[in-house]
Each structure stands twice: as C-alpha cells, then as structure tokens.
Ligand binder design. Structure first.
Ligand code: E4P
Length: 211
C-alpha cells in the first residue's frame, strides 16, 4: 500500500516530502496548468526535489506524438518517470511499446476490460478515477473491486485517483487499490480525527512524560 500526492504545486510537494510518508507524486494537465511556471519548469523542479515516482500524463493524441512526448518527459524527469497514458486504443498501443523501456500507467480507466488491456500492455499501474466514475457511472468503488479481481496476482497495480474524502480514499484501498493519490488538503484531513486530538489532550492533562 502506498499514498501519493496528487498535485503539480512545488509548495505542496515540498510539504508532502517533509512529512516522510508520502511515496510518490501524480500530476495531470489541469494541475500543471494551475502552476505559474511552464509545465517543463514545474516538472524539472518537481523531479529535482521528489525522491520518488513522478507521474506525467501524455497529452498528444497520435501514437507518434505520444512516443515523442514520452521521450521529452523522460529527459526532464529521468528514472523517476511514470507515464500516465490515456486508456484509448492508441494509448494502449503506446503503453505496449513504451512499457519495456519506462514505467507506464494507464489512466482514466472506466471499465474492468480496460484494466485487463492495461495489464496485457505491460502497465505498472491501472488508474481508476473513483469519484468521477461514481458521478458518471454510479459506483467508482465497484469499478475498483472489479479491476482488483481481474488484476489479482498480476504485476499491474491499481492506483485509485479522483478521491474526494478521507472515507472514499480508505474505501478505495479496501476495494483493492494498492496505491491512492490524493490532493494535499485531503492528505492533511486523513491525518486527523477529532477523537485522536481529544484522547491526546486527556492523557496529557491527566498524566506525565519525560522532561
Ligand atoms: C490522478 O492522477 C488525477 O490527477 C486526479 O486524481 C484526477 O482527479 P479529479 O477527478 O479530481 O480531476
């Protein structure tokens, strides 16, 4: 199990890296567009500070374009690169070609059948957009469960994305995701529970510790 940061903000990445328990960073074109730096500058800076996997989502729409964009991403990010390749016919073809050379994930998966192809194409991760799937199809967690059945025992792990609450993040893990990716504010929410605060206050008021 691993928890990743879903953000292209350098400040968010610095915060999450300091925490020590976040183990990767996912970005997407929308997140990169929010940065006041260019996508190239953002990725270069993220790669310089992140000690782990950094996901970049391909935006090209042709096979040749995807291969060229993958090469440019690898030049910027290096060994930490995990490509996010769209779950389309051309995307699967690009995944099959690129996966022997660099880590690939197939992103925006909305059906168990697509997860099966992602595995066959050699993807390290099959990315399910849980909350989007719930909104658009009815049950994003059921999608993760079906994907987990298909990918049981395979080298392709489920990465659950588009998570909007601590409960949904935990449910995605229970449904079979190996990795979840979560925005910084949600990661912060996941660390806390009102009863934890209350319990610690009670112990500290009633008890003693070393000086
Ligand atoms: C994952 O890699 C994506 O960047 C992200 O989780 C998509 O989530 P959204 O539905 O909030 O856009």
């Amino acid at each position: 199990m691993a928890i990743y940061l879903d953000s292209a903000s350098i400040a968010d990445a610095q915060t999450a890296i300091q925490w020590g328990w976040v183990k990767g960073i996912t970005t997407n074109p929308t997140l990169l567009a929010k940065s006041n730096l260019s996508p190239e500058a953002t990725l270069t800076q993220l790669a310089a500070i992140a000690p782990y996997e950094l996901f970049y989502q391909l935006t090209a729409s042709t096979y040749e374009g995807m291969l060229a964009e993958a090469e440019r991403a690898y030049e910027m990010i290096g060994e930490k690169t995990v490509l996010k390749i769209p779950a389309t016919a051309i995307g699967f073809q690009a995944t099959a070609y690129l996966s022997p050379q660099m880590d690939c994930s197939v992103t925006a998966i909305y059906s168990p059948a697509q997860a099966a192809i992602a595995q066959d194409a050699g993807a390290k991760y099959a990315i399910a957009y849980v909350n989007r799937a719930t909104r658009l199809l009815g049950d994003g967690l059921a999608l993760v469960q079906s994907m987990a059945k298909i990918l049981q025992g395979s080298n392709t792990k489920i990465l659950a994305a588009s998570l909007k609450s601590p409960e949904e993040a935990a449910e995605a893990l229970q449904a079979g995701a190996s990795v979840i990716t979560v925005p910084l504010n949600l990661l912060q929410q996941m660390t806390t529970h009102p009863l934890s605060e209350q319990t610690v206050i009670e112990f500290n008021e009633n008890g003693r510790g070393i000086k």
